[in-house]
Design a protein around this ligand. Structure first.
Ligand code: CA
Length: 313
């Protein structure tokens, strides 16, 4: 399983394995779990500067069932295949996953099952329609629920995490070029210019027994975390450093627009799609109390105005 090991070479982005992060990311005891209802979501997709069609697709679904919410789902798919078939494949994948992601009480199980169902649905359509034969799509999907995140992917669409102003790559592309990066043969920057950079080793729609990579365990979300899901049309032309700057400088809606604008400014030869899930940066009550010099508990909510004199030690 690809995520069982660290990348062989450190790139300009801090590349980490989700299981390693899980061991070091325990939040301060004062921080309550991030509620998925507080997560700010933004998406954008663009045909780019060269292509005539946009074969990417993106969707976010919130489960608003108050008694037993399954949380929040975000999916990005990058379709491929001639004569608009890529559009069909990515749309089938998104629709199937959006329908199936709540099938069980375990998000990891549901996510894997939903992606496998999407694979079957694409194969079924391509088997019965000659025009769609050979179509396929990548998928990157994240569920956030009760302060934890789950992720599944196939292909080279990615999940990044911005935390404490650092950008982490949270998925390993299923591609020959990523194998070269992992083995230390080429750098992540060189991979961007590699002639085979668009050759992926796994896709939905290619074979019945597709191998879905799911994070080995759920990942604890902290306030201030920003997850970025994207297609290769973004990271092929926008540097890690620029992505980091944009994610840390703008609100999610504006950040999506800026990411697209940067890709277009760099020629955007491919479709570009982004989804941002941002956990608001809420200071814990303890932190606020420390900052204003309060040394004993006061009632919620804590406000930023000066506390009453008797509340200050
Ligand atoms: Ca693409």
């Amino acid at each position: 399983m690809a995520l069982d090991r660290l990348f062989g070479r450190k790139s300009s982005v801090d590349v980490v394995d989700a299981s390693v992060v899980t061991q070091v990311d325990m939040p301060a005891a004062s921080e309550p779990p991030v509620a998925e209802s507080s997560i700010i979501v933004a998406t954008a997709t663009d045909t780019g500067c060269i292509r005539e069609l946009n074969e990417d697709a993106v969707q976010v679904v919130r489960d608003n069932n108050e008694s037993s919410s399954h949380g929040l789902l975000a999916v990005v798919c990058d379709g491929m295949g001639g004569h608009a078939a890529g559009e069909v494949a990515s749309r089938i994948a998104i629709d199937t996953i959006a329908r199936e992601w709540r099938a069980t009480s375990d998000p990891a199980v549901s996510l894997r099952q939903a992606v496998l169902a999407a694979n079957r649905a694409i194969l079924a359509v391509s088997a019965t329609n000659r025009g769609y034969a050979g179509m396929g799509t990548t998928v990157i999907a994240v569920i956030i629920r009760e302060g934890m995140a789950w992720c599944a992917h196939v292909g080279d669409s990615r999940c990044y995490l911005l935390r404490d102003n650092q950008l982490f790559l949270m998925t390993e592309d299923h591609s020959a070029v990523m194998e070269l990066v992992k083995r230390g043969h080429i750098t992540a920057d060189a991979a961007r210019a590699h002639p085979d950079k668009n050759v992926i080793s796994r896709a939905l729609g290619a074979r019945r027994d597709v191998d879905v990579t799911v994070w080995p365990r759920p990942f604890r979300v902290r306030s201030g975390d920003h997850f970025l899901l994207c297609s290769d049309g973004l990271y092929d032309v926008v540097s890690d450093e620029r992505m980091r700057e944009i994610l840390s400088s703008y609100e999610p809606d504006e950040a999506c627009e800026q990411l697209i604008a940067n890709a277009r400014a760099n020629g955007a030869p491919d479709n570009v799609t982004v989804a941002i899930l941002a956990a608001p940066s809420v200071k814990s009550q303890n932190e606020v109390q420390r900052e204003v010099g309060i040394t004993r508990a006061v009632g919620m909510p804590v406000v930023s105005s000066a506390p009453a004199a008797e509340d200050v030690a």
